[in-house]
Design a protein around this ligand. Sequence first.
Ligand code: SF4
Length: 609
Amino acid sequence: MDPERIFESFPAPSYRGNQEQALRDIRDAFAAGNDVVLVRAPTGSGKSLLARAIAGCARTVEESEPKHATDAYYTTPQVSQLDDVESESLLDDLSIIRGKRNYTCILPGEHDTPVNRAPCVRQKGFDCTVRHRCPYFSDRAIASSKSIAAMTLAYFMQTAGSDVFRKRDVVVIDEAHGLAEWAEMYATIELSPHTVPVWDDVGIPDVAAADDAVERASRLAETLSGVCERAKDELLTKPELTPDEAARRDRLQELRSELDWFVKDYRDPTSATTWVVDQPDGEGTKIVIKPLNPEKYLHHTVWDRGNKFALLSATILNKDAFCRQVGLDPKDVALVDVPHTFPVENRPLYDVTQGRMTYEHRDETIPKIARLVVRLMAHHPDEKGLIHAHSYSIQERLADHLVDFGVGERVRTHSKENRDAELDAWKASSDPELFLSVKMEEALDLKGDLCRWQVLCKAPYLNTSDSRVARRLEEGQWSWYHRAALRTVIQACGRVIRAPDDHGATYLADSSLLDLFERARSDTPDWFAEQVDRTKIPDLPEFDPRAALSGLDGGGPGTLGGSSSTSQNDGSGRENRGFGRRRRRGKSGVRSSEEERKNHPLSDVWGDG
Ligand code: SF4
């Protein structure tokens, strides 16, 4: 790597905000011999451009010997981040490769078939005559030969050990704050009827009731791996598979390697990984096997893939803790802090706390928050708002109250199934709709009028019934617990302010948020602490559902505090709207693994692979 090239590799014609200083600091950190540089860069610092500049410092093929790793990878856990990179003209020399399921086959009659179900993976010995034109294989060939290959972290991890995507000189990981959690998720094994194709062929014991649940799970894993192998071998005797059979074969293969990895690691006395097992519903039901310390997994899938690493994020809150979690020695890691350039007055926090939202206080607090939301709707009659409801249960209860108050026509919700469609519809709407969202604290770019205000309904603490969380708290890792929640709050606050001249208000409805700010104060970035210190109690209008609707086209006569756009109403508009925007959850009580992933706070990371 040649850090001196960082300025010439910066793709924009000029610098914005603190970019030039950030490049200088990053250059110096690598020049000082650090193999890993954390770049703490808040929203608006042009992280992707910094990433491109760092990648441009990688050793080239021309200037190195064949044995040396050359070129660079750009990777991010968030599919939306990769989409943003793809649409940015300044980054058009990044060669993007996605997972096979994102491409379709070009053979006649197969145009709707994703590449991972195409004839080349269904038929034994299939020799595709157009493979050189196949969209997936040609993108892959381009990405593997160009100087910067860009991909999701999921794809990057999956290609560990592949001949196509070998070790490179520089690896840039964008949105890297959740690297440990993402590695844990990737390495988590779920055994359920949805994820185990041979579920009915094995007896699922009550592993949680065993003296040693992990030992019992490892014996089950050995048995299950053998059953998977036999089922896969049976499929492989067929000359041609249907798409479903091809999917079954792939899943059997994938599950086998997951199970074998777990058993091998668990039985390795030198492994630093601690495994935990969850099976809340007992015999015959879903088992989840999770690693607590994914360092070993990260070594193989990430740290062995490059010589130098730049990890970029707005919310790496504590360098030493982050390094420990991902298996890096803090001594070998430099931290570059990029100051925030958005005026603090444009990103105000408001204390509108209504009580606690812990499970036992929720019945009392939710109706108060619903009334608060009506007042906020009246305060922002013409502006779109976003509610971070934290869970579908809270979302549904809030939505019910808002409908009961008569303001449902300004409210949009989403279910697990239609999450993306409703989000797109809300963003496209010209009405000042209020979107009751679940797990949208990250990877959402609501610039300008797309959203001017938002409400945090609940301090986003991790679920203590998750054995991984419970285990860490038993070990006294309370700082980690608070940091994880603070990180989500900071991410959420960044959704509504995307540029120095943008503005967006964040209302804090759960009293626990104020406690969180105190408890996590030492891990709070200065720029966010400044925001917290300026938290104000706003002057809101009284509860008046009609005023809350006054900004809708055709808003009712006699509305209070409404905008001038309400004056055309003839009284019928509101009835015609009904509550058409209200969306109910699907009836299915069974959550598939894919659905769970869709609703996970990190859902965005799973959209590829
Ligand atoms: S290699 Fe050929 S058969 Fe396979 S997906 Fe591409 S075009 Fe289809």
